[in-house]
Design a protein around this ligand. Structure first.
Ligand SMILES: Nc1ncnc2c1ncn2[C@@H]1O[C@H](COP(=O)(O)OP(=O)(O)OP(=O)(O)O)[C@@H](O)[C@H]1O
Ligand SMILES: [Mg+2]
Length: 267
């Protein structure tokens, strides 16, 4: 089993970034992340509906320094790193692709005993009930300064809830957007330059008190005393980084439901 979650995260981010880049020209981009377990094998697959991979190069994409992107865009190391991490843990990585339709990368590993499998691999809570179109009219704002993570969270929430998801690269931009229009949910990093997530929360609460119930923090700094204290004072839920997709969507769901049930004032 993979005990080093940072390496698993790296595999996942490399695959997701490739998928996002492959979908740059796709009109309705879709990124699907699936986790599962079959007997003694656990797997994660990342599927996109992007450009796909021509058959004549598919055999080379795992080679170090092989890239079809410009020198300023890609080093060609992403997939070779994924492949070494998979091999290091006795795993495997495979690809199926159809030019013009998209690609699916699957990383598989020998599974640990059920009780020892890290939450990110269990897939137990992977399908919180969301009916098609249920949240279509809702608007979520993601405030995160890390580019890749911002795009990932945005993509994940957009594909999971099927609603509009805007993004801001720091707290100040988040505040501007949130005062220009009303969001049903704000998912914000805590530590950011210019204006932190906590400051964003406080300023927004001053202007629109009901927004305090529409706020979810994501933070890589859980356990840091001062920040923990600040977050506790906000009394808003927190998802600690690194988080699984299921944990993120599961944390968003009750906040969206509270908006709908009228527990939080007017939409
Ligand atoms: N999801 C995908 N869809 C289409 N092509 C892909 C996809 N993933 C990888 N490729 C192809 O495989 C090549 C190698 O990918 P790899 O991740 O190793 O390097 P890169 O993305 O070009 O650069 P880097 O990851 O270092 O920024 C890419 O240049 C691209 O041609
Ligand atoms: Mg790459």
């Amino acid at each position: 089993m993979i005990s080093d979650s940072a390496q698993l995260k790296q595999v996942f981010i490399n695959l997701a970034v490739n998928a996002l880049q492959a979908m740059e020209a796709t009109v309705t981009p879709e990124l699907h992340l699936t986790v599962g377990r079959l007997e003694n094998t656990a797997w994660i697959s990342v599927q996109d509906n992007g450009a796909g991979i021509p058959p004549e190069i598919v055999g080379r994409i795992f080679d170090p320094f092989f890239t079809t992107k410009g020198p300023d865009k890609g080093t060609g190391l992403g997939l070779s790193i994924c492949s070494s991490i998979a091999r290091k843990y006795s795993g495997d990585i495979s690809v199926e692709s159809e030019p013009g339709s998209g690609s699916i990368f699957t990383v598989s590993f020998p599974a640990a005993e059920a009780s020892a499998v890290a939450p990110v691999l269990t897939g137990q809570e992977a399908e919180p009930s969301v009916r098609p179109g249920e949240w279509a009219n809702y608007k979520i704002l993601v405030v995160e300064d890390e580019d890749v993570l911002r795009r990932l969270i945005q993509e994940v929430l957009r594909s999971h809830f099927g609603c509009r998801v805007d993004a801001a690269a720091n707290g100040a931009e988040g505040l501007t957007r949130a005062t220009q229009q009303q969001y049903d949910l704000i998912v914000s990093d805590v530590r950011m330059p210019e204006l932190s997530g906590v400051e964003l929360f406080m300023r927004l609460r001053e202007k629109q008190p009901f927004m305090a119930r529409r706020f979810l923090f994501v933070s890589g700094y859980a356990g840091e005393e001062k920040l923990d204290h600040e977050i506790r004072c906000c009394n808003a839920p927190l998802v600690a980084k690194p988080f699984s997709i299921a944990a993120l969507t599961a944390a968003c769901l009750p906040l969206l439901k509270a908006t709908r049930s009228g527990a939080v004032p007017s939409r």
